[in-house]
Ligand binder design. Sequence first.
Ligand SMILES: [Ca+2]
Length: 88
Amino acid sequence: MSKKYVLYRMINLAIPFSAGVFGALYFNSNRIPNDEHVQESFIAPRELEVICRDTDGDGNPETLMDIRGKRYMLKDVDGKPTLLLCEI
Ligand SMILES: [Ca+2]
């Protein structure tokens, strides 16, 4: 078996494998939808940005949301998801 043939076979296997991995990651990723119009009084998903960052430096990241230029902490308060405005 020539080196050229082995390289050819490796490329032929690598391309579909890579496409499968990237496709699975793309379709299974936790993405915010890009819808333009939502029901009145609801915030369009395109106006949201979800951030996970350790803002207080304690080594544990917090979940934050940017909505229309303001940053909020997304916290669990007594079992209810709650947005609290960041005063940073
Ligand atoms: Ca933290």
